[in-house]
Unconditional design. Structure first.
Length: 353
């Protein structure tokens, strides 16, 4: 435990308890609030570097505007409590949350979430990002790492099929975080946005982007929650596009003819399927519907929604208003997110952390 003794208008930060995460921007630590017993906050400490300080001010601007629009936190965005400048280090304080959806899955051996939790997490994310879009804002960096559980306590279930214990989060309520790359409609739009695996085709093809690029990312996230692995596992633009075509079919001519990138030759992707990379894509990827593990109605609805979210043309892609009205999210039994799995193949014993 490291003494902290930082003051802001909102909290007196008495003691750093642990490091929650680190990145190029700086780090996030858990801090005890000296004014309130047994109350902890997350403190995001930005490096004393101009570009990170400027980025932090942009994030603060977004968070303050969202806070004014939604003071009660109804739209499930993380709540910034306060911010201050500590000798050149921008410091932002947030409500304390649990593990990210990604970290929980990683700690769970990348086992997928139960289907009712996929739906609950996905619906909350869609609802939250729709709020951003309604306020002329694109998040641009949606990924499982930026979706945090309110509380990541879990039960343990013995999965007979996998022959191993599986953690099931007790409460799949979430908050959306990291607004450092969020962009208002009237602001400058960087050419490239989004973390690679969740990047929309219009971004890769440098055709410009807006709210629909978030919808594409949500489609990728839903797939990952359902399967436990990333849909587009690549770090190369051409390979990424080849994976898209293998999974979703050919890119539309109206997009390939507009791009100034050199990924196409005579209107077709300049990709040799007989190379090592080509064989990798052919073996690792398959048409989207073939990833369905069951043919039940809820799974079919999920994959129908993912298909609509992964529409190549951003002008044809489903909006988040449309997504919330889709049968997958508008199912009558919304209490399912609080339901425990009662499969006869599983035996439960409880564990918290």
């Amino acid at each position: 435990m490291i003494p902290c003794l930082l003051c802001s208008a909102f909290v007196f930060l008495d003691e750093i308890i642990s490091t929650l995460g680190e990145g190029t921007f700086g780090k996030v630590v858990q801090v005890r609030d000296g004014h309130r017993e047994n109350v902890y906050v997350a403190l995001k400490i930005i490096k004393n570097v101009d570009k990170y300080r400027e980025a932090a001010m942009l994030e603060i601007n977004v968070l303050e505007k969202l806070g004014r629009k939604d003071p009660e936190g109804k739209y499930l965005c993380v709540k910034m409590l306060d911010w201050f400048n500590y000798y050149g280090h921008m410091c932002l304080t947030f409500e304390m949350l649990g593990l990210s959806v990604f970290d929980f899955m990683k700690d769970n051996h990348y086992l997928p979430y139960p289907l009712h939790q996929v739906r609950h997490i996905g619906k909350q994310l869609t609802y939250s990002v729709k709020f951003l879009h309604d306020n002329r804002l694109t998040h641009t960096d949606l990924k499982p790492e930026n979706i945090l559980f309110l509380n990541s306590d879990y039960d343990v279930v013995f999965n007979e099929r996998k022959k191993k214990d599986q953690k099931i989060v007790k409460d799949s309520s979430t908050r959306l975080i990291d607004f450092g790359s969020a962009t208002f409609d009237d602001e400058h739009h960087s050419t490239i946005v989004s973390t690679r695996h969740y990047r929309a085709p219009e971004v890769i093809l440098e055709l410009g982007w807006s709210h629909p690029c978030d919808v594409w990312s949500i489609g990728c996230i839903l797939f990952e929650l359902y399967t436990g692995y990333t849909l587009f596992q690549t770090h190369d633009n051409l390979e990424h596009l080849a994976m898209m075509e293998r999974i979703l079919g050919p890119l539309p001519h109206r997009m390939t003819r507009k791009t100034r990138t050199d990924f196409f030759y005579h209107g077709r992707l300049d990709w040799d399927p007989n190379t090592t990379a080509g064989r990798y894509v052919r073996e690792m990827c398959k048409p989207l519907h073939r990833y369905m593990k069951h043919e039940d109605e809820e799974t079919r609805q999920l994959f129908d929604l993912i298909t609509l979210m992964l529409e190549y043309d951003p002008n044809e892609r489903i909006t988040l208003s449309g997504a919330l009205q889709h049968p997958y999210f508008s199912r009558a039994d919304d209490v399912m997110e609080h339901r425990r799995s009662d499969s006869s193949r599983e035996h439960r014993h409880s564990k918290s952390r």
